[in-house]
Ligand binder design. Structure first.
Ligand code: UGA
Ligand code: MN
Length: 392
């Protein structure tokens, strides 16, 4: 029976001239009836059938046909090689080893000197930025706010939170509640977009008067324990604060104070409470109510701020006593501020007028509270406000 020998490329023939089946791609085909073998002979995947040549009947023009096949294959290979080369780079094509592209994984042609250049450029840029903006780290402001659930709480916390959000960072808002962290407060804090800590003061108190005091003390404990570094400010939730106030606070070194505009408890007059200043010095006090005349320092709870390191590193400030600095629940109403400040400074010489000359009113202590009213009915249905409105 006839078997056919087809050699498609003289180049491939040379690589297998010993007739050995050395290619890892060689396939033997036992099913071939005529003892023929199908072989993928090279990475370029030419193939041939091998069998007994003597069985091929001589045909006219066989040689011419073979020649033209050879020529075709030769042109095909040359065309293929030229096709791989980019235009105008014929020399590169000639020097290329094509077996590399098939048998070995491609490797990156990395020019090390170029990579190093790029790294140096990046470093140079960073230094330039530093020089141009003359970066100075800002002091952290630690705002302490006692709060509790009542009708206007969301209004107050949102108003204060939105001011704090406008203060350039770092600002930490420590919000303290009594006994339990309420969902209402947590919700407001979560959506505010500022750094905060929601703390709970666990104390069984019957006297509502002192709650704020204990809640602030819980925050002081936290600051002391974690050695938080910054300027501490007691901001009751219901007061009104300007951005200027927080800017001015960043200039405080040890203890800063300023006058606060107040609406009297009777709501029939507005007064100032706080220092009278000359430049950076505190030289006197605005006093109002007769019952409070005996106070050493006439400062409102929202009229001073101090360096947190006094709480956990008193030696730095040459403070003799190392007892914890806390607000007192044992003192007469209206004396919490002065008895607390007496633990921070010895006298006015250790105080800083904020800003110079105490020339601005930066916050307002009002008494607009409706103590006994709770949140409106339906407040907690947060998922779908439309539904709440339609029920109402
Ligand atoms: C009065 C006095 O005028 C202040 O001198 C005193 O420091 C303050 O109370 C206080 O108790 O700490 P007032 O504005 O009348 O100030 O007090 P509130 O505004 O009713 O409360 C002060 C802060 O404590 C607020 O942030 C308020 O939310 C919070 N608070 C009050 C609670 O967290 N729980 C309460 O039960 C009451
Ligand atoms: Mn208040």
């Amino acid at each position: 029976m006839a078997s056919i020998r087809r050699t498609l490329s003289p180049y491939q023939d040379r690589s297998h001239q010993n007739g050995g089946n050395t290619s890892p791609f060689a396939l033997n085909s036992p099913s071939h009836k005529h003892n023929s073998t199908t072989r993928f002979a090279s990475p370029l995947s030419t193939f041939r059938f091998i069998g007994g040549d003597k069985h091929i009947p001589a045909r006219k023009g066989y040689r011419t046909w073979r020649k033209s096949i050879y020529s075709c294959m030769l042109f095909f290979i040359i065309g293929f090689l030229l096709g791989l080369a980019p235009f105008g780079e014929v020399e590169d094509v000639r020097s290329r080893d094509f077996s590399f592209e098939v048998n070995r994984p491609p490797t990156l042609d990395v020019k090390e000197d170029i990579v190093i250049d790029k790294v140096e450029l990046a470093v140079e840029k960073r230094e330039n930025v530093k020089e141009r903006f003359d970066y100075v780290a800002r002091k952290q402001i630690i705002v302490v706010t006692p709060t509790y659930n009542r009708a206007l709480q969301a209004f107050y916390l949102n108003r204060l939170g939105q001011v704090l959000r406008l203060v350039p960072p770092p600002v930490l808002w420590i919000v303290v509640e009594m006994n339990v962290a309420s969902t209402e407060t947590a919700d407001i804090l979560r959506g505010m977009g500022i750094m905060y800590r929601h703390l709970v003061c666990a104390k069984n108190l019957t006297n509502i008067k002192d709650r704020g005091v204990h809640q602030r003390n819980r925050a002081l404990e936290h600051i002391e324990h974690h050695k938080l570094d910054g300027i501490v400010y007691f901001a009751d939730d219901d007061n009104v604060y300007s951005l200027q106030l927080f800017e001015a606070m960043r200039d405080i070194s040890r203890f800063g104070t300023w006058p606060v505009a107040m609406l009297a408890q009777s709501k029939n007059k507005a007064t100032l409470e706080g220092p009278v200043c000359n430049g950076s010095q505190v030289i006197g006090w605005h006093t109002n109510e007769k019952s409070k005349r005996l106070r050493r320092f006439h400062v409102d709870m929202s009229g001073f701020a101090f360096n947190s390191t006094i709480l956990w590193d008193p030696k730095r400030w040459k403070k003799p006593s190392s007892a914890s600095i806390r607000q007192l629940d044992t003192v007469k109403e209206g004396f919490q501020e002065t008895t607390f400040i007496e633990q921070l400074v010895e006298d006015e010489s250790q105080m800083e007028a904020t800003p110079l000359g105490c020339s601005k009113i930066m916050n307002w202590h009002l008494h607009l509270e409706a103590h006994d009213l709770g949140y409106p009915k339906g407040w907690l249905l947060q998922k779908n406000l439309d539904v709440v409105l339609s029920i109402e």
